[in-house]
Write a protein that binds this ligand. Sequence first.
Ligand SMILES: Nc1nc2c(ncn2[C@@H]2O[C@H](COP(=O)(O)OP(=O)(O)O)[C@@H](O)[C@H]2O)c(=O)[nH]1
Ligand SMILES: [Mg+2]
Length: 340
Amino acid sequence: MSLTKQIISGDRRALAQALTLIENDDHSSQHILTDVYRHTGCAHLIGITGIPGVGKSTLINSLAKLMRKSGDKLGLLAIDPSSQFSQGAILGDRIRMKDLLGDEGIFIRSMASRGVLGGLSSTTAAAVDLLDAAGFDRVIVETVGVGQSEVDIASNAQTSIVVLCPGLGDSIQAAKSGILEIADIIVINKSDYPEVNLTKSYLREMIDIGSAAQTSGSETQNIIDDINEKLDTDSSIWEVPIITTVATTGEGIGDLFEQLLAHYEHIKSTGEIIRRRHSRLRAIFESQLRKQLYTKLSQMLSEDYCLRQLEVIMERETDPYTAATNCIKHFETNYIGDED
Ligand SMILES: Nc1nc2c(ncn2[C@@H]2O[C@H](COP(=O)(O)OP(=O)(O)O)[C@@H](O)[C@H]2O)c(=O)[nH]1
Ligand SMILES: [Mg+2]
């Protein structure tokens, strides 16, 4: 049986093997992804982001236990944005999610990215597609929110959860970095610590300011205008809930699950899910184009024409700027026109 068939039929070892190929950016991974693609599109894709130590893994552990009670099969991915995934972090995740180990309805995997250019987001997107094709009802991606990467992850998710702790410092940081804008649900975890209510009211204010600014200004920028036009504007508004949790005891996890289900229903009933699917596919398509062009470019650099240009630069007969333009022209006429 082919690896793809094994994955579709729920073989966990085959799935693990394929994920390793993707992680290593192995040339065979593209064939696997092409093969499984038509089996994707069924899972609810959930992103959970927040700074390290905020309690994401612990939260997922509690949430997953609850989700399993309703029979959902779950795929969990922990993504590390640094190129070398530290063993400590993997071990940490394993300990935090220990309740889930041994459950056949749950698949857990930590992943790093070793590829080039946008490696993390394309590795994540590919891994999510595999879990989706393998028949998991919900795929949860845990990622560290640092700078731009959480926005990439958001383009992978249908429901994005941002996790914060009580204390204004981190919330102000989150608001400044734009991380609140991607949130469909905000969780204030570690609510056993003081300052929860202050944090909550600050966040509520920030979100309300943010959504007021969005409705008054940026509508024209939307790429998929016609889909948006079809949306009934009143019922299409999702008010971002702020949920307080204590992940270690499970407090508030029921509310979180309820809001997750409500958000999923909301995006399905308003058609927002189509817009999110489109923007996800667009992101995957663009990142594939970038990746494949980069590969072609790397090949081109070692070809005679470029090597000759390099010699001419060294002899100061031309400058690197003109030489680069010449190479691109050569590339366009000799390669891009060749293939369909
Ligand atoms: N007091 C308290 N500690 C928590 C809570 N949630 C998680 N922790 C602890 O915070 C630490 C980091 O949790 P972890 O889930 O690994 O955070 P992650 O890096 O965001 O995945 C662990 O020691 C957890 O036991 C909570 O709600 N309250
Ligand atoms: Mg974690």
